[in-house]
Write a protein that binds this ligand. Structure first.
Ligand SMILES: Nc1ncnc2c1ncn2[C@@H]1O[C@H](COP(=O)(O)OP(=O)(O)O)[C@@H](O)[C@H]1O
Ligand SMILES: [Mg+2]
Length: 331
């Protein structure tokens, strides 16, 4: 692998290149129909999953995997090479410098950031602010880009975006035009729509920088209610999160998901100060790279705390919810 890595080569190698390795157009189309559009996308998919695609036989799967191996690196990198890949990572500002600092500079691409908290802690307001800030150029030559917003709770409000845009002097129509919105009504739809998201990210390679799901668990909670359905729910949830993880790496986008909380029945037995915890269990806990918990402070003030991160300490930051989105708390 060369030292100077082109972003296109790394992230967006179209599976059309497989034609030159003997894969026919019809089969490539079949792969694309299920949201597999890049060579890396195939690498990230198990043989078993590929076999589930209509018209793809075992022999074909082997041929496809072989072709992929020919036009792709083995998956082994030196740490030096990997640090080149990580250089493509960027961060998107939350609108609050304090909150950005807590997150190590904003929410990070190639990973999933999860915010959980009770009602009115600002999860949706942060989501809206990110829709706008993702469009602004940032540090490390970040050019700004488009946003995909999946709303499961019917709380997406373009008018909120307008107020936030005014803070950055953005043209309303241009700003709103850069956000693609989808309202999901069932957990199944929320899952399936991710294939369309991949297709869109592929179609406009390198243009989308942020994918938001507000909120990740609401529909799962409704669709799978009983205790007996929990295992089923977790399995589906796991599949969806794995898709999200792949999308974040395959297209180098930041993924921002919000989550609710529930009373922790085990908490009364311990000395926890806050007997609530995020829902989604271990499956969600492991899928999210960075987790922050949000809670209410006085008035418009809110407090965020790092709950889990591979490289951030467990600190807190205060931010405010204003008409112009998330800002630093004024003291
Ligand atoms: N235009 C606005 N100006 C100031 N505060 C607002 C505005 N719109 C909503 N808020 C505040 O945002 C909070 C709700 O935040 P939200 O992000 O919807 O919470 P949740 O965590 O439930 O998604 C409420 O306290 C509300 O008063
Ligand atoms: Mg909300």
């Amino acid at each position: 692998m060369p030292n100077e890595l082109e972003e296109d080569e790394l992230f967006f190698q179209d599976i059309d290149v497989l034609q030159s390795h003997g894969i026919n157009v019809a089969d490539i189309k079949k792969l694309k129909s299920v949201g597999i559009c890049t060579v890396k996308g195939i690498q990230m998919t198990t043989k078993r999953k590929l076999l589930q695609i209509k018209g793809i036989s075992e022999a074909k799967v082997d041929k496809i995997k072989e072709a992929v191996a020919k036009c792709c690196s083995s998956g082994f990198f030196t740490a030096l090479e990997y640090s080149e890949i990580r250089k493509q990572c960027f961060r998107i500002s939350t609108g609050s410098m304090e909150l950005d600092k807590l997150l190590g500079g904003g929410i990070e691409s190639m990973s999933i950031t999860e915010a959980f908290g009770e009602f009115r802690t600002g999860k949706t307001q942060i989501s809206h602010t990110l829709c706008v800030t993702a469009q602004l150029p940032g540090p490390n030559n970040y050019p700004g880009g488009k946003v995909m917003f999946i709303d499961t709770e019917n709380t997406f409000r373009p008018n909120r975006l307008r107020s936030i845009a005014d803070r950055f002097n953005l043209d309303h129509e241009a700003m709103l035009g850069n956000i693609v919105f989808c309202r999901a009504y069932t957990s199944e739809q929320q899952f399936e729509v991710l294939d369309m998201v991949s297709a869109k990210f592929h179609e406009e390679a390198g243009v989308f920088k942020l994918l938001i799901i507000d909120s990740i668990m609401a529909l799962f909670r409704v669709d799978y209610s009983g205790r007996g359905e929990l295992a089923d729910r977790q399995q589906k949830l796991g599949q969806m999160l794995s898709k999200l993880q792949k999308i974040s790496e395959e297209y180098n986008v930041a993924v921002w998901i919000t989550n609710q909380m529930t009373a922790d029945p085990g908490a009364t037995m311990s000395f926890q100060s806050d007997p609530k915890k995020p829902i989604g269990g271990h499956i969600l806990a492991h899928a999210s790279t960075t987790r922050i918990s949000l809670r209410k402070g006085r008035g418009e003030l809110r407090i965020a705390k790092i709950y889990d991160s591979p490289d951030l300490p467990e600190c807190e930051a205060t931010y405010a919810i204003t008409n112009e989105g998330i800002t630093d708390a004024k003291e």
